[in-house]
Write a new protein. Structure first.
Length: 518
């Protein structure tokens, strides 16, 4: 757990990076304790109370309805995505004691849970030691997650002093001479916790390793295996780590899945944004080449999937979201789509260049962030809370359409820069209701196609048997009407509030679900 000075340092750092990394949960207005609600109660409360009880800010102006009415007909050719029918819904649980967070994660409809994490330095403080008691407090939590059918993605990090390539940096890379020792540690760790009653099958090495050690404190919960002096930012050294560890993990459990530690990927290295609008000076985006360094140095056969992070940022002036570091979101050429689309396609392109087409992709940190701390007045009112709830179906439908295996909201409770789905006292926010309803509407669905032919309308089509579900929203912020060729069976808001089914649909920035069933 960080001390206060580290927290301040990291907050300043992230202002520089302008992107998402781990933080301790941000306090909210109401800190009183209460019992976590049931799924039904949570959804009802979220629908009735869609905002945090603090300062109100002006909403975005509602623009006129477009005319004439565009008509959209489904694409004749299905475009299936990988991992058909498996839920992408997930949340990150924060802290050393996550027991109280497990019920709302399960009742909210999460399939995946991510936790940061297992510290190698605690279990093996001296080479050859195995102090499993250091994990004793977590073993019941692992069992509870498995008992609730939640799939745990466990982060393993913190290099012990005797194995550090950069002395004093627990978040840093492993010394070359100690890679084999780390492999043996992972063999023992996976052997112990892959079996019942823990049943951990997904392992992530490090958290945002594409950060240079000089940029963060020694005990940072993210980073810091990067190398700012390397064209591939240290990806080659990480490849050697994977090559040493992967065979030992598979020997311990052939079903185990090893993920490249959640890549920060701060900005687009192919088309770097300007450091300041109009400056003409490109932003330093070499850290995003970390994954290419892994592949270029022979690490492509030593991992099963890639974990990456993709946050969007709330703009209170227009009420929408964007991530300018990846030319994504409101005001961009592609319209109002989450940044995970740009990042996942970048990764797919890199993998394809090196001949890898079967790697799973996980967005293990997603959320809508507000301000530099989340304490700004515009982060406290109805505008941000509504946009955060609206962002939930947008990011999860996009993740399903892009073929991601999992999309993990950061965090479930408390949150960073007001990202949480529920408050620290257990009270659900409207975003929790949106998450719960998205899990119901998208569970088991298979991506069928992207909405085209309706100007200014963004969205995706999904199928499950002979049922069909669309998720639709305005891609430019303008309210408009859209006519479909069939009468829907049902129409719902992002929070699951039923709307009048009609062939003329009102499309705004707030997504709607449109369903057809026999």
């Amino acid at each position: 757990m960080r001390n206060v000075s580290n927290f301040i340092f990291l907050a300043a750092l992230m202002l520089l990076l302008a992107t998402g990394c781990n933080r301790a949960p941000t306090a909210v207005a109401d800190e009183t304790q209460s019992t976590s609600p049931t799924a039904t109660e949570a959804l009802e409360q979220a629908a009735e109370t869609p905002t945090d009880p603090v300062t109100e800010v002006p909403e975005a102006t509602v623009l006129p309805v477009a005319s004439p009415l565009p008509t959209f007909t489904p694409l004749p050719t299905a475009v299936p995505a990988p991992f058909q029918g498996q839920s992408v819904m997930g949340v990150e649980l924060w802290g050393q004691n996550i027991v109280s967070q497990i019920p709302p994660a399960a009742s909210g409809g999460a399939f995946w849970v991510r936790w940061n994490g297992i510290l190698w330095s605690d279990v093996e403080p001296n080479e050859g030691d195995r102090i499993w008691e250091a994990l004793g407090a977590y073993e019941q939590q692992f069992q509870d997650l498995a008992a609730n059918d939640l799939k745990l993605i466990a982060i393993v990090r913190s290099t012990p002093r005797w194995a550090q390539a950069v002395p004093g940096k627990f978040c840093g890379p492993v010394a070359e001479a100690k890679l084999a020792a780390f492999g043996e540690f992972m063999f023992d760790l996976v052997s112990r916790y892959s079996r019942e009653p823990y049943h951990i099958k997904y392992w992530e090495l490090g958290n945002e390793p594409d950060v240079d050690p000089s940029l963060v404190p020694p005990n940072s919960p993210f980073g810091c295996m990067g190398d700012k002096n390397d064209p591939f930012y240290g990806g080659g050294a990480y490849a050697r780590l994977l090559n040493a560890v992967y065979p030992r993990i598979k020997a311990a459990d052939p079903e185990a899945q090893l993920l490249v530690g959640g890549l920060l990927m701060d900005c687009d290295p192919v088309d770097p944004p300007e450091t300041a609008p109009g400056s003409g000076v490109p932003k330093y985006c070499d850290p995003s080449r970390f994954i290419e360094g892994i592949l270029a140095n022979g690490g492509g056969d030593s991992f099963d999937g890639i974990s990456f992070h993709a946050y969007d940022f709330y703009n209170f002036q227009n009420g929408f979201f964007a991530n300018d570091n990846w030319h994504s979101g409101f005001g961009s050429e592609v319209g109002l789509f989450p940044v995970l689309v740009a990042k996942s396609r970048y990764l797919k392109n890199i993998l394809a260049q090196y001949g890898y087409f079967n790697k799973s992709l996980f967005n293990t940190e997603t959320a809508l962030l507000c301000g530099s701390t989340g304490q700004e007045p515009f982060c406290q009112g109805a505008g941000f809370n509504q946009m955060k709830a609206d962002y939930v179906p947008i990011t999860y439908s996009a993740a399903l359409a892009e073929g991601l295996q999992g999309n993990i909201w950061f965090y479930l409770q408390g949150g960073w820069r007001r990202s949480g789905l529920i408050q620290n006292n257990g009270s659900p926010l409207s975003a929790y209701g949106a998450f719960q309803f998205a899990s119901q509407m998208l569970d088991g669905k298979v991506f069928w196609g992207q909405v085209t032919g309706a100007d200014g309308v963004a969205g995706y089509m999904f199928r499950q048997g002979d049922q069909e579900t669309w998720v639709l929203w305005s891609s430019d912020g303008n309210a408009r009407l859209m006519e479909v060729d069939r009468m829907p069976t049902a129409v719902f808001s992002a929070l699951g509030v039923p709307q009048n089914p009609t062939q003329t649909l009102e499309i705004t920035i707030s997504p709607i679900y449109v369903a057809w069933a026999p």
